[in-house]
Design a protein around this ligand. Structure first.
Ligand code: F6R
Ligand code: ZN
Length: 194
């Protein structure tokens, strides 16, 4: 980590990030309870603890004024009918936004507020997506063959609240049905509403 200006290059042909100081890998086992079809998750995990997604990040002090940024890569695949995706989170400091820029692949950003408002935006190459303050966010790779690669930037003091999403998931799920992505209600959330 440096307090001097720096650059880094993201090469997409042979995925290579020229500089980073943290590489996070989340495998199937780290996603227990996140996918709707828990038995499909169990069967797949028994075969191989696959990598679902990876994040290359630049570390900076987690204070206002700093920007945390990096590249997130969600690999293609499904657990049952549900596409590979990130865990998703609210920012612990709810009033903080995040900017995403899609570099490669196709996907969706599933978002919701604590009040239950939801939104889903498509991610395609060269598209920027602004996640406003208060919106939880999860990236979903809707391709079965290609990585979904995004660059993200958010304020240093945002922090992460994973717990709320871990408990019930998002209100909406993105499933692979009849060869295409469809958005459905999350039955676990419906139980809560009912
Ligand atoms: C940071 C952020 C992204 C995600 C990354 C992995 O606030 O939104 O950098 O952290 O896409 O997703 P999670 O953190 O949900 O495992
Ligand atoms: Zn975030």
């Amino acid at each position: 980590m440096s307090n001097k200006p720096y650059t880094y290059d993201v090469s997409l042909t042979e995925l290579n990030i020229s500089h980073y100081d943290h590489h996070l890998i989340r495998r199937l086992s780290a996603m227990e309870g996140q996918f709707l079809d828990q038995s499909a998750h169990e069967v797949l995990s028994d075969e191989e603890d696959q990598i679902i997604y990876e994040v290359y990040q630049h570390r900076h002090p987690e204070v206002p004024g700093e920007l945390l940024h990096g590249v997130s890569i969600i690999h293609p695949g499904v657990v049952g009918e549900e596409y590979f995706m990130t865990k998703g989170h609210f920012h612990a400091e709810l009033d903080t936004a995040e900017l995403y820029y899609c570099l490669q692949g196709e996907g969706m950003m599933v978002m919701e507020t604590p009040e239950g408002e939801w939104a889903i935006e498509r991610l395609i190459p060269n598209r920027a997506l602004y996640v406003p303050p208060r919106w939880a966010h999860r990236s979903v790779n809707t391709s079965l063959t290609e990585d979904l690669i995004t660059l993200f930037v958010y304020t240093g003091h945002a922090g992460h609240d994973y717990r709320t999403i871990e408990q019930l998931g998002f209100r909406k799920l993105v499933l692979h049905r009849e060869g295409k992505p469809v958005i459905v209600d999350n039955p676990r959330q419906l139980q809560l509403d009912g």
